[in-house]
Design a protein around this ligand. Sequence first.
Ligand SMILES: C[S@@+](CC[C@H](N)C(=O)[O-])C[C@H]1O[C@@H](n2cnc3c(N)ncnc32)[C@H](O)[C@@H]1O
Length: 274
Amino acid sequence: MLGSLGDMDRRLKANRENWNDRVSIHTQSDFYDVEGWLRRSPGPAPREVALIGDVKGKTLVQLQCHFGQETLQWVRAGARVTGVDFSPAAIEAATELSKSAGLDDRSRFVCSNVYDAGENLGGEQFDVVYVTIGSLCWLPELRPWAKVVAELLAPGGQFYLFEVHPFTNSFDSDGVHLLYDYFEEPSAPQIWDSDTTYTDGGAVAHPRSYQWNHSLSEIVQSLIDEGLRIDTLIEHDWTVFQQFPWLEKDGEGLFQIPLGYPRLPLMFTLHARI
Ligand SMILES: C[S@@+](CC[C@H](N)C(=O)[O-])C[C@H]1O[C@@H](n2cnc3c(N)ncnc32)[C@H](O)[C@@H]1O
């Protein structure tokens, strides 16, 4: 059941304020290492290129692009890119970053709630729609999101999603005790009060945020129902951040389940075409 529109607007507003506060902390953090990123000029991750393939001359849109690092990496692989985020501070930082990296002639960043992205991008369609880690948990409902994904895809276009596995979001931060619902419940978000963010650095002025979980089948079915044909779904037993204290960092910078522990899904990758 949906909560009243007033509740939903209030929660999205709180999330936007919380994300606005995080931007300047993140751009100065060791975690995102903007200086190193500018120096190293990385392209997209090899595991992404392996699925998406050659993007030379293609168009790509990243939904919930934050301050644009991942979006801009695709310019270095030959794409023209668009990043969408509802945080004005993130869009401003992404635009600045594109200039510092000398990639502003093949990129643009648009401030929009993801649910309104189709309209705010003027009906434009893209060869690739790209969504990565830490995006879906901010969305109260996936069905309208999947509709936007389908609207944004050009005929024959590809959708790529790399996300935290929703099973892990049911655990307390110790990664041992079950605490939260696994299934989508738009009117009952998880309420977080924290003046820190997931990077090193300062405190946020708007500590309250709201998050929602979506089960793996809710994610997959929302896309199928919008006409996407899923060709790849992989559950990973590794992750890219210290989600639980018992995960061990390996030599590649990934976080692994220690030997002897039950193997659980920690992240997943989904690839589809329309
Ligand atoms: C963790 S980032 C994901 C980007 C990237 N994977 C990263 O880790 O930097 C989450 C982003 O979602 C954005 N966001 C949250 N809710 C949104 C919404 N309803 N519409 C558009 N953007 C939203 C936030 O502003 C934030 O920049």
